[in-house]
Ligand binder design. Structure first.
Ligand SMILES: [Zn+2]
Ligand SMILES: [Zn+2]
Length: 191
């Protein structure tokens, strides 16, 4: 009798892990073009198989401003909105990163907890001098990269084309990458 119950439990567990798609919430921070939201939603579903739910926007507030006051600080955003559900925050405003030991801040494309369930991306630095189509491809790469960090991936040094390379603030690296994880990064995600 005990054996049957155990098998049944194992069966239920398997069906949850293999057949139920994970959900990720997409949260606009301030006004975000609907086209960008829909594109990110479809990209994340295609690549990771997540079910994406777009949430109503929340406002950008002064408490998440960076020290320069001209942009928002990504770590403050993550601290404020940190969630137990998978959460991708997206803003059209510029976001910055600053090491706790330094006063210098610099603009970034995105930041994700590693491992964790929360990441933030910004369209601000992806738009310069390119068509909307090219900007959207950049946005997709940044979103998939930050979710990669949430899933435990560190920056990749194994293959130049891998999505998990450190962009080091340059858009050229983002443009160079493929929508692809190298064998080393794929192993971490699927282990
Ligand atoms: Zn990264
Ligand atoms: Zn890699």
């Amino acid at each position: 009798m005990k054996k049957i119950v155990l098998l049944l439990l194992v069966g239920i567990f398997c069906s949850f892990t293999t057949h139920t798609p994970k959900t990720i919430y997409i949260q606009p921070l301030g006004d975000v073009n609907q086209k960008y939201l829909t594109y990110v939603k479809n990209s994340v579903t295609d690549f990771y198989g997540y079910t994406c739910v777009i949430q109503p926007k929340v406002n950008l507030t002064k408490d998440i401003l960076a020290a320069s006051k001209t942009r928002y600080e990504a770590s403050k955003i993550l601290n404020k909105f940190k969630s137990n559900e998978n959460l991708l925050l997206i803003t059209e405003k510029d976001i910055a990163y600053r090491k706790s030991t330094s006063f210098t801040e610099w603009g970034i494309f995105g930041l994700g907890l590693r491992p964790g369930k929360t990441c933030v991306i910004s369209t601000f630095r992806l738009k310069k001098g390119v068509t909307t189509q090219k900007m959207l491809v950049r946005l997709k790469k940044v979103a998939l990269h930050e979710i990669g960090h949430n899933l435990g991936l560190i920056h990749c040094t194994h293959h130049k084309d891998c999505l998990m390379n450190d962009a080091k603030g340059t858009i050229q690296q983002v443009d160079r990458e493929k929508i692809w994880f190298c064998s080393k990064c794929s192993k971490v995600i699927h282990k």
